[in-house]
Design a protein around this ligand. Structure first.
Ligand code: CO
Length: 136
């Protein structure tokens, strides 16, 4: 299986400032902030010619990225997202190879409306990896 890089997610302490850095300093195409209460984040999508960046800021209490920001107060790399054709088949293949999946192991609907899963960073050399099912 060869995975495409779908996006790189960065947690930032100040979404407005980060969006302006990407738009005004780097010259990237930056979207509007999109609150996703069910995921506990507000996200800004940035389109690059060959991939996407997502800026994440905690939204509400118990946001999954709040703890990250407590440890990395200046923000930083949160996860990489790889595209797969069939997230269940890829999960089963990876679990058989000894990789642990976070949560209950069932895909959830992610920020792009597609099923996603997260792999345990301890089994991925320290990096959180998201798998997103994207119809070919
Ligand atoms: Co993601």
């Amino acid at each position: 299986m060869r995975h495409r890089l779908n996006h790189v997610a960065l947690v930032v302490p100040d979404l407005t400032l980060a969006a302006s850095t990407w738009r005004d300093v780097l010259g990237a195409e930056v979207g509007q902030p999109l609150p996703l209460p069910e995921h506990g984040v507000t996200v800004v999508f940035i389109d690059l010619p060959n991939s996407r960046i997502e800026l994440l800021q905690p939204l509400g209490d118990g946001s999954p990225v709040s703890r990250f920001l407590e440890k990395h107060t200046g923000g930083g790399l949160h996860h990489l997202c790889l595209e797969v054709d069939d997230v269940i088949a890829e999960r089963d293949r990876l679990v058989a190879a000894g990789v642990r999946v976070l949560g209950d192991g069932q895909p959830k609907i992610g920020a792009h409306g597609n099923p996603v899963l997260f792999l345990n960073p301890a089994d991925m050399n320290g990096t959180l990896i998201e798998l997103e099912e994207v119809s070919p």
